[in-house]
Design a protein around this ligand. Structure first.
Ligand code: NAD
Length: 319
């Protein structure tokens, strides 16, 4: 396969990364997935095993040598690896520092060493901090993250900007809302389904259920990514990705229970508007920059939640 046509997907065995891998292969690209399988799973990649363009390398981003060697011969880099364990990160701030800041530095160093230029980075709305119900455009400021996760994403974006200026890296940075769909590794819907399978009579909810955010189906996210990469030509391009609608955690709890066919669930809500310290309870992302490129999500937040429940429950029922 032509090496320029091979993409390198770091974190490709995870939720978003495995869907991205599928879409890239479908588009005729070769894909090398690099993943340490900390939250990702080999089984997420099973649909692509045997595809002539697919290759899997088990490795850790924090080993620069392994990263560089696996990246050799690739053209486009997608970086999705990050710490997903929010609860553990609260007790250990070093987790986001190493898995976020240092990991992105190594990705950039590997690219610099190999002379690779294009990078797609999955950042997050955590870079903004708490803007309440104000709609946040990409150039909002000051940026005051309230978690190490958000701080690590913001630091990574800052390094990408510097590498772009210094070494000609071309970057597309995405700050997604809550992304949902089949093959989840974490998140509120996944959490509720797991808890209700264990005990169908009661559901403990983190926070008072009033947290309200935008939920976007993973296929809508990937449409946005491919469109932006095709159309946005600045050295560093940043995009919010979400829908214009939001749903509350309380509504999600009700939808999940209904989709599981459970009528008499007792919802035990926690106290306070935040699910955990560092959580931003209300987020409204301004998506006009992506809309101007011609993207809009196919599903609103509520539709995405319903579809995601059905997809997850459908997959599980099939074993
Ligand atoms: N899912 C969302 O709602 C959402 C929202 C905003 C941003 N993001 C970002 O998108 C990216 C992907 O998210 P996801 O939901 O697919 O998470 P995920 O945990 O399913 O995927 C991350 C993948 O990276 C791998 N990984 C982690 N550390 C690694 C390391 N040191 N070396 C090699 N591989 C490593 C994991 O095994 C996993 O396969 C993350 O950077 C996340 O912060 C996700």
């Amino acid at each position: 396969m032509d090496p320029v046509m091979r993409d390198f997907v770091i974190g490709g065995a995870g939720f978003i990364g495995s869907h991205l891998t599928g879409r890239l292969l479908q588009a005729g690209r070769g894909v090398t997935v690099f993943d340490n399988l900390s939250t990702g799973k080999r089984s997420f990649l099973r649909p692509y095993e045997g595809h002539p363009g697919f290759r899997f390398v088990r490795g850790d981003v924090l080993s620069l040598r392994a990263l560089r060697s696996a990246m050799k011969g690739c053209g486009f880099v997608y970086h999705l690896a990050a710490n997903a364990d929010i609860m553990r990160a609260m007790k250990d701030p070093g987790l986001d520092f190493y898995q976020g800041v240092v990991a992105t530095f190594y990705v950039l160093e590997a690219m610099r060493g190999l002379g690779l230029k294009p990078l797609v980075y999955f950042s997050g709305s955590g870079v903004y901090g708490d803007y309440g119900l104000r709609s946040i455009p990409e150039d909002a400021g000051p940026l005051r993250p309230q978690s190490m996760y958000g701080a690590a994403k913001l630091s990574s974006e800052a390094m990408i900007s510097a590498y772009s200026h210094l070494y000609g890296i071309r970057a597309w940075i995405f700050r997604p809302a809550n992304i949902i769909g089949p093959r989840p590794t974490h998140g509120v819907i996944y959490d509720f389904i797991r808890k209700l399978k264990r005990d169908p009579r009661r559901l403990a909810v983190l926070g008072d259920g009033s947290q309200s955010k935008s939920y976007l189906h993973v296929e809508d996210l990937l449409d946005a990514v491919f469109l932006a990469v095709r159309r946005a030509r600045a050295p560093v391009n940043a995009f919010n990705v979400g829908s214009r609608t939001s749903v509350t955690v309380r509504e999600i709890a009700r939808v999940v229970a209904r989709e599981m066919g459970l009528r008499r669930v007792r919802f035990d809500f926690g106290r306070g508007a935040r699910g955990w310290k560092g959580d931003i309870p209300k987020v409204r992302l301004d998506i006009r920059r992506l809309s101007r490129l011609g993207w809009s999500p196919r599903l609103n937040s509520r539709e995405a939640v319903v579809r995601c429940c059905r997809e997850i429950l459908g997959c599980e029922d099939r074993g």
